[in-house]
Design a binder for this molecule. Structure first.
Ligand SMILES: [Zn+2]
Length: 133
């Protein structure tokens, strides 16, 4: 499943650099949101905004989340559940997930750290695994 125009396993900086090349029409910019919003996608302007106060891991996960909305043609956070399930599958390599699960005995926070994702992404991936069985 390759859906978004960059490798979702790249770090935040390299991913943004790559987007300049592979998605020249897309604007990715830093922002400061008043609420707990991490990011958003504006379909009309083909623009992704990422909150600048977050860790690079959270920025990375947020950028992939917004790229999935863009891929589906969603405006802002419409079809949120579909986006979350897809983003988790983009961000997590199944073999690395299985290894981390054994190594950390399923501890969500340690696994998230190992896999360079947020704990919420681990939750989403588990939900997808559960629903796909
Ligand atoms: Zn969303």
């Amino acid at each position: 499943m390759t859906a978004i125009p960059v490798d979702a396993h790249a770090n935040y900086g390299p991913m943004r650099m790559l987007l300049y090349r592979v998605a020249p029409g897309l604007t990715v910019a830093s922002s400061l949101f008043d609420d707990d919003t991490n990011g958003m996608y504006d379909r009309d302007d083909d623009t992704i905004l990422i909150d600048r106060r977050m860790t690079y891991t959270r920025k990375r996960c947020t950028l992939v989340h917004e790229l999935v909305h863009r891929m589906y043609g969603d405006d802002d956070h419409t079809r949120e559940h579909r986006c979350r399930m897809t983003a988790a599958r983009e961000l997590i390599n199944p073999a690395e997930y299985a290894l981390a699960e054994r190594m950390y005995e399923g501890d969500k926070w340690l696994m998230a750290d190992e896999l360079n994702v947020t704990p919420e992404i681990i939750d989403d991936y588990r939900e997808w695994l559960h629903d796909s069985r």
